[in-house]
Design a protein around this ligand. Structure first.
Ligand code: HEM
Length: 223
């Protein structure tokens, strides 16, 4: 039997993709709510694909092509941020007209959002509890949790560029003689663990922007 020619629909799996929007209510706006989540999850899939490539390249010291992958990620993030404009056309009343049919589902349960956090270095293992029923997803998340993050791999290169960081700047998954397995954020809490001068974490919430202040050797940043 001759192979069927490749078509646009077959190549993109459109039958499965376009059958994947199943509103739980008869409210007109629910389709937008589903489509915007699904498109963001598709973009998250692409971002994870690029970040994994960037990690492998950074680990191999091949930094230039890693920049290309990360530049693509930043463009995708721009698109994802812009797409809130579309969601903003749905009023709170529109949303509340079908909110009940979402049940207990929540963005907290997005396994790709979590995997991306882990790949970048924000590791809160308490979110694994949402994925115990999906062994393949759980395995991916555990692998990302255990592996050095993009942050870990990047700061390993700093010394070769004359920018050695003090060990206290090493994260939980970057092997460091002085700081084994100390998470930045206490699992289960959304507040940021604050390593004090003694290195012990006090988990006092701090402004998120202080968390992104880069470590400056000898500087007054958080590390
Ligand atoms: C009307 C629109 C939306 C509302 C009212 C909403 C509401 C919320 C709320 C209340 C939370 C906190 C967790 C919870 O209490 O369940 C949350 C978290 C989250 N939402 Fe949404 N959301 C909306 C749209 C979206 C969209 C379009 C996405 C795209 C994928 C998204 C992804 C997430 C993710 C990943 C989290 C977890 C964030 C984290 O852990 O830091 N949400 N959302």
């Amino acid at each position: 039997m001759s192979e069927q020619p490749m078509t646009y629909a077959r190549y993109l799996g459109l039958d499965a993709l376009l059958a994947a929007q199943t509103p739980q209510s008869d409210r007109h706006d629910e389709l937008l709510f589903i489509v915007i989540h699904q498109t963001k999850e598709l973009w998250l899939k692409e971002i994870i694909h690029e970040v994994k490539l960037a990690k492998a390249l950074v680990a191999a010291g091949d930094l230039e092509p890693a920049y290309k992958a990360l530049a693509r990620v930043s463009r995708i993030q721009t698109i994802m941020t812009l797409s809130w404009d579309v969601l903003a056309t749905m009023t709170p009343a529109d949303y509340l007209s079908f909110r009940g049919s979402l049940g207990t589902s929540s963005g907290f349960q997005s396994h790709q959002f979590r995997e991306l956090e882990y790949l970048l270095g924000l590791k809160d293992e308490s979110f694994l509890r949402f994925h115990t029923e999906r062994p393949a997803v759980l395995a991916d998340l555990k692998a990302a949790l255990e592996a050095p993050s993009l942050y870990d791999l990047a700061i390993r290169h700093l010394p070769t560029h004359g920018l050695a960081l003090p060990p206290r700047c090493w994260s939980a998954t970057s092997p460091s003689p002085t700081n084994p397995r100390k998470p930045w954020r206490t699992p289960g809490s959304r507040s940021i663990a604050t390593p004090s001068a003694t290195g012990s974490s006090t988990s006092s919430p701090r402004s998120w922007w202080t968390w992104t202040t880069p470590c400056s050797p000898g500087g007054t940043s958080m590390c």
